[in-house]
Write a protein that binds this ligand. Structure first.
Ligand SMILES: *Cc1c(COP(=O)(O)O)cnc(C)c1O
Length: 372
């Protein structure tokens, strides 16, 4: 097929605010001459997000990695932390930046999330916390993880970068554990270009987080902790406020894409995918499919490159596993034999294009490419 006249179908497309509305807000910011440091739009976005996400306390950050690093600091996590190899590298990089040793546990193939039944065996006297990830927005078994944490006196920090707006039985997944972090990167369901947040459960903890993300300043003359600078500015806060108004619509459009994929691919031998879980409000942040090469008749990578040749840019999220990168590959728990499910998923996954702008024509093209 000749692709020279058509632009590629990208894996994602950022949700962008209306430019005129954004222009009006920029004018307000220009008039106020207050462009960062807890300004009016920053306050408005925190309040609006807390309401939308059904969480009591949220602190805005300049990206989704610094809230992970800051959460570990705030809870004074040291030693070893139990986590998953099936995630974006920022999850374990946040541990590394705090001098903490990641301990890898295998995943549950039904969700892609850390398998709670394998956590206890990985606990040592040095373990202080668990850092699970709600992969693709699939909620972790938060109850089981909490039980284990309480039994062993461990903290739980969720990397909820994929879980914006995800609810279980009407309750936000962000209320689980001690803290949850979000990413508002351009590729995520809700974006502020770059951005992120940290969800906490009480006013005192939020206060501490707010000091930590502003160098530790309590007031003009008092620094209470060696904080970092991770503030979100007024321009991105305004952008976020506008995007928040349209994120529900974007999620509905993403849901339609997911339904079309499921319908189009349901009878393709060797191709499997997740179904909606009962009681869960999904956000359709990604649409991963899993290729069984023997049944499908082609390897995952062959299909991946074939789609690429036809202008369909999918992504192999999460391949390679975090444990394959040189920083982590020497750790005792990074060995392949410890992580069979994670390796199987990493070796079979393709995340198909998924966003609010995907046309029916492009959807059909992607589905027919996979069917061929
Ligand atoms: C996107 C992402 C992050 C990092 O967020 P940034 O905003 O890009 O810093 C962390 N964890 C996971 C699982 C992610 O997908």
């Amino acid at each position: 097929m000749d692709q020279s006249h058509t632009s590629p179908i990208t894996v994602t497309s950022p949700l962008l605010p209306d430019l005129d509305q954004f222009g009006h807000m920029l004018k307000e910011i220009w008039d106020s001459r207050w462009i960062t440091n807890n300004g009016s739009f920053h306050k408005q976005l925190e309040k609006a997000l807390a309401e939308y996400l059904k969480v009591p306390y949220i602190s805005l950050f300049t990206n989704g990695t610094l809230p992970l690093i800051t959460a570990l600091q705030a809870l004074r996590i040291t030693g070893e932390v139990i986590t998953t190899p099936y995630s974006f590298v920022a999850t374990t990089h946040s541990l590394w930046w705090n001098g903490i040793k990641p301990v890898f546990v295998d995943i549950d193939p039904a969700t892609g999330n850390i398998d709670p039944e394998k956590i206890e065996a990985a606990i040592t006297p040095k373990t202080t916390a668990i850092m699970p990830v709600h992969v693709y927005g699939n909620p972790c078994d938060t109850e089981r993880i909490q039980q284990i944490a309480e039994k062993y006196g461990l903290r739980v920090i969720y990397d909820a970068a994929h879980a914006f707006g995800v609810e279980v039985d009407g309750r936000s997944v962000l209320t689980a554990g001690d803290m949850s972090t979000l990413s508002f990167h351009a590729t995520k369901v809700f974006n502020t270009v770059e951005g992120g947040a940290l969800v906490t459960h009480d006013a005192k903890t939020k206060q501490r987080i707010d000091y930590l993300k502003n160098f530790g300043f309590e007031n003009e003359i008092s620094v209470v902790a060696p904080g970092i600078n991770s503030k979100m500015d007024e321009i991105r806060s305004a952008y976020g406020l506008l995007n928040l108004r349209q994120v529900d619509h974007a999620i509905t459009l993403r849901r339609n894409v997911a339904l079309a994929y499921r319908n189009g691919l349901k009878d393709v031998p060797g191709v499997s995918f997740f179904k909606d879980l009962p009681g869960v409000r999904h956000n359709y942040s990604y649409f991963p499919i899993f290729i069984d090469a023997d049944t499908y008749g082609m390897s995952r990578d062959t299909l991946y490159f074939k789609m690429k040749d036809h202008g369909v840019l999918s992504r192999r999220y999460f391949y390679p596993l975090i444990t394959e990168f040189s920083t982590y590959s020497g750790l005792p728990t990074a060995i392949r034999e410890n992580l069979p499910n994670a390796h199987r998923m990493a070796d079979s996954v393709i995340c198909l294009p998924m966003h609010h702008n995907l046309s029916e024509e492009n959807l059909e093209k992607i589905i027919s490419l996979i069917k061929q």
